[in-house]
Design a protein around this ligand. Structure first.
Ligand SMILES: Nc1ncnc2c1ncn2[C@@H]1O[C@H](COP(=O)(O)OP(=O)(O)O)[C@@H](O)[C@H]1O
Ligand SMILES: [Mg+2]
Length: 268
């Protein structure tokens, strides 16, 4: 939905934002990570995402549509939070605003202590490429790059040297040690999403946003991806915002918010 280009680590080309779709996986849930985590945001009292009176409206030729209505939200470092709701409820819109991929009509988002309204597009993109990981329903891998190159890409976007060792370790953690030189078309949907997971953790993100990460996968594959997502999240002590329409999945998170017709409510 977002009009703005997804300038964060995954991809710079907005034309790729509505790409691929699929399935297939293999659990490595029992594997523990030997990789370093984000040191700056270990303080669990620290609020890393805050939304205040967040509203989003769009006008089309036919109508004026209010997609989000006065949403308030505060997420602490290390929490896992599910945002649940039916299709069209406004979940993805909320996620793009929280991640600074789009701007609200009203209200404010603070991300890692920075009010996003005070940052320009480029500063928001830098904040994302430094600290935020993304996993989308459509995996959004670069088709011409190998699995390893897709995973090291966030280093380049951040202006750093490719950390091939870390990328290899992450791909090993998601069970793709033997697929390093495969391109996306040579991988199953589930394998592609595992590459996307590894990529999301490449920059040691403080926050991971996952928007229906298993939406294009069959049930068995989806379950395995979810195990890996939670496993990586725990190992890397990342704050997780998981958008899903699956109530059972939501129960695995520390907190659950329900989105209905643009209104957000936390439930026990
Ligand atoms: N840029 C846009 N222009 C018009 N309508 C939009 C736009 N973005 C989202 N919407 C509408 O807003 C509603 C919420 O969309 P979305 O956030 O994608 O919902 P969800 O992720 O919960 O399925 C939908 O009805 C969608 O069609
Ligand atoms: Mg959505």
């Amino acid at each position: 939905m977002s009009q703005s280009p997804i300038k964060n680590a995954p991809i710079k080309d907005p034309s790729i934002t509505k790409a691929a779709e699929n399935e297939g996986v293999n659990s490595s849930a029992e594997q523990t990570s030997s990789l370093s985590t984000s040191p700056e945001f270990d303080d669990s009292d620290k609020i890393v995402i805050q939304a205040q009176s967040l509203s989003k409206s769009v006008s089309t030729e036919k109508e004026h549509l209010t997609i989000l209505k006065q949403v308030n939200l505060a997420i602490r470092a290390g929490e896992s939070v599910a945002i649940v709701g039916t299709s069209g409820a406004g979940k993805s819109t909320l996620m793009t605003l929280l991640a600074g991929l789009d701007v609200p009509t009203q209200g404010e988002v603070s991300l890692l202590g920075k009010p996003l309204s005070t940052l320009d597009d480029e500063q928001r993109a830098t904040l994302r490429s430094d600290s935020i990981g993304f996993v989308f329903q459509s995996f959004l891998l670069i088709p011409t790059l190998t699995a390893l190159e897709n995973v090291t890409l966030p280093c380049l976007l951040k202006g750093e040297k490719e950390d091939i060792e870390r990328a290899t370790q992450l791909l090993t953690e998601v069970g793709l040690k033997d697929r390093l030189t495969h391109t996306p078309s040579q991988l199953s949907g589930g394998e592609q999403q595992r590459v996307a997971l590894a990529r999301a953790f490449m920059i040691k993100p403080s926050i991971l946003f996952a928007d229906e990460p298993t939406g294009n996968l069959d049930q068995v594959t989806a379950a395995k991806i979810i195990e890996q997502l939670f496993e990586l999240n725990k190992a890397h002590k990342t704050t997780l915002v998981l958008v899903t329409h699956d109530n059972d999945l939501a129960k695995r998170c520390d907190r659950t918010f329900y989105m209905q017709a643009g209104e957000l409510e936390e439930r026990e």
